[in-house]
Ligand binder design. Structure first.
Ligand SMILES: CC1=C[C@H](O/C=C(C)\C=C\C2=C(C)CCCC2(C)C)OC1=O
Ligand SMILES: CC(/C=C/C=O)=C\C=C\O
Ligand SMILES: [Fe+2]
Length: 560
């Protein structure tokens, strides 16, 4: 493929337009399958970006010549630009060598489409879900991407406007009565989005589900075709509208937290493979604040579930607002304090509830139990990507901020926050950095571990760190908690997504495997990257026909 020509087109920021005929013939020559049926016409947006129009699918579009602004790589980085086509699939040319043992599909989900018509969404988390797949087999790599067909996405496409409440966007109201009507629908959940744009998990029974913070946004997909198969209906009557976007999923169970906004607390629930029924393990009442803290994720050990109560709390008033506040649906309540609660998985009993220093995290990394000489569990260690108790990261993820990097170092510092929770009845837990944050450039988020070490004492984690100056995490980093060192991978101008660890079958060492990431380049290109899990050196990369937008979380579906 003539990648220069291809990325040239990308640099013109022609999002959501069909391929020109000449491009299609190029693709046919390389055996690629294209389907450009976005149907979203695009007028100049508020930022004065490129104009493109769609006459009808597969017809030539008008591509204006680039002006200075359109080719500015920082303004129009492909990471923050809507995906170009609704779907694509093709084989990639691999540079280097993909290990022959790597057989299966890496799936990555994330918000990849941030406009409808000429209306541009505000926040990274608002975008309609784009699923990406990398299928590895016999050293070869088939890639593809596809929009997730949520009701929210289909309605937006059909009606050419936002129809459901997204992370920060709400539908436009024609009059006051329609606003009141929508509020009523908020309480029933009818107006909430099902845009499953956060993660994707493989359940123990093989079903693959895309997820977000709304329970209705649990959508079953086909990991090969990336088809949306339908809603994952929870058959229990637990109710509630929201849940943690990061359940703990193993071959044996699915664990998640259901925050209770009315009687502030959290329900800890478990679902068995092959069922759609969540069963209650126990309930934790909040100790502070008017509402539960945001639970984007939570950690588990072998015997316990750790329920975090962050002082960044859900906020009923902000939920009702049409215009986003700086903290969106949340509010910072430092006086309400921060707590970690520990629940026994088997009995549902609370074995500890400690006050901890204030913290802000999206992502817990892992947790494990510490024992005394007699094998009694004395404490729990829980690690997270911690933003130094500073909520500004939420606002830094506004698209306007992501699209306006000017060389200034504006990414707020983050660290691996290590909590120590005593189980001897002491009222306080500790929070310290697990290693010097300078090891990873004081950037820290989007983590993964070897899943065999879930809930167990572990040594390594993989995450995104920072090479400063930057405005977003821009390195892949391997953390070694024993040596307290990090190894960093960096490619100037790129935005790498969550490094995802896949263990080599039969491995005995924790870091024996590969780390997969999708990289968005500043010239509009992109590539799939495979690093060695142990040395953290590149072993293979494969250029995509065009760069993909930034994505969030992934999973591995091994070949049967
Ligand atoms: C990523 C990512 C997506 C995500 O949130 C998406 C939505 C739609 C969340 C909406 C809501 C809240 C954040 C608070 C409670 C109400 C509700 C509207 C469901 O979060 C992410 O991190
Ligand atoms: C992209 C991100 C959080 C994603 C939540 O799912 C954080 C990046 C900043 O450090
Ligand atoms: Fe997340």
């Amino acid at each position: 493929m003539d990648s220069l020509l291809f990325s040239d087109i990308c640099r013109h920021h022609v999002s959501a337009i069909p391929m020109l005929d000449s491009d299609q013939s190029k693709h046919k020559k390389h055996g690629l399958v294209l389907d450009n049926n976005f149907g979203f016409a695009r007028k100049p947006d508020r930022r004065g970006l490129t104009i493109s129009r769609v006459a009808s699918p597969l017809q030539p579009a008008i591509v204006p010549s680039p002006d200075k602004e359109t080719v500015d790589p920082d303004k129009n980085h492909v990471a923050w630009t809507s995906v170009r086509q609704e779907r694509w699939e093709g084989e990639l040319v691999v540079q280097g060598e993909i290990p022959l043992w790597l057989k299966g599909t890496y799936l990555r989900n994330g918000p990849g489409l941030w406009h409808i018509e000429d209306y541009n969404f505000r926040h990274l988390f608002d975008g309609y879900a784009t699923l990406v797949k990398l299928h590895f087999e016999n050293g070869r790599l088939i890639a593809g991407h596809r929009q997730v067909e949520s009701e929210a996405y289909k309605a937006a496409k059909k009606n050419r406007k936002i129809c459901f409440r997204e992370f920060s966007e709400v539908p436009e109201y024609e009059n006051f009565m329609s606003y009141v009507g929508d509020l009523a629908k908020l309480f029933s959940g009818a107006s909430l989005t099902d845009n499953a744009n956060t993660g994707v998990v493989k359940l123990g029974d093989g079903r693959v589900v895309c997820l977000t913070e709304t329970q209705k946004g649990s959508l079953v997909i086909d990991p090969d075709s990336l088809d949306t198969l339908g809603r994952f209906e929870y058959s229990d009557s637990l109710g509630g509208l929201i849940h943690s976007a990061h359940p703990i999923v193993t071959d044996a169970e699915f664990l998640t937290l259901l925050p209770d906004l009315v009687k502030p607390g959290y329900m800890v629930v478990r679902m068995e493979p092959g069922t759609n029924e969540r069963k209650v393990i126990g309930r934790v009442a909040c100790r502070g604040g008017p509402a539960p803290g945001w639970v984007h994720s939570f950690p588990v050990t072998e015997h316990y579930v750790v329920v975090p109560e962050m002082p960044l709390r859900y906020c009923a008033q902000n939920l009702l607002r049409a215009e986003p506040t700086p903290l969106y649906k949340f509010e910072w309540h430092p006086q309400s304090k921060a707590f970690l609660h520990v629940m026994c998985k088997a009995s549902g009993k609370l074995v500890a509830s400690v006050e901890v220093p204030l913290f802000v995290t999206f992502h817990f990394i892992n947790a494990y139990e510490e024992e005394d000489e007699d094998g009694r569990v004395t404490s729990i260690v829980a690690d997270c990507c911690e933003h130094n108790a500073d909520t500004t990261i939420l606002d830094k993820l506004r698209l306007q901020n992501l699209r306006s990097f000017n060389g200034k170092d504006v990414l707020p510092d983050a660290r691996v926050g290590r909590f120590k929770i005593p189980l001897d009845g002491s009222p306080y837990g500790k929070l310290e950095a697990a290693l010097n944050p300078d090891e990873h450039g004081r950037g820290m988020d989007m983590c993964s571990i070897n899943p065999a070490f879930l809930g167990k004492k572990y040594r390594y984690a993989y995450a995104c760190g920072a090479q400063r100056p930057c405005h977003f995490p821009n390195t892949l980093t391997k953390l070694d908690f024993v040596e307290k060192r990090a190894k960093n991978w960096y490619d100037e101008g790129t935005v790498p997504s969550e490094p995802f660890f896949v263990a080599r079958p039969g491995a005995t060492e924790e870091d024996d495997g590969v780390v997969i990431s999708l990289i968005s380049e500043k010239n509009g290109g992109g590539y799939a990257l495979v690093l060695d899990g142990s040395t953290f050196q590149e072993i293979a990369r494969a250029k995509l026909p065009y760069g993909l937008p930034y994505g969030l979380h992934g999973c591995w579906v091994p070949k049967k």
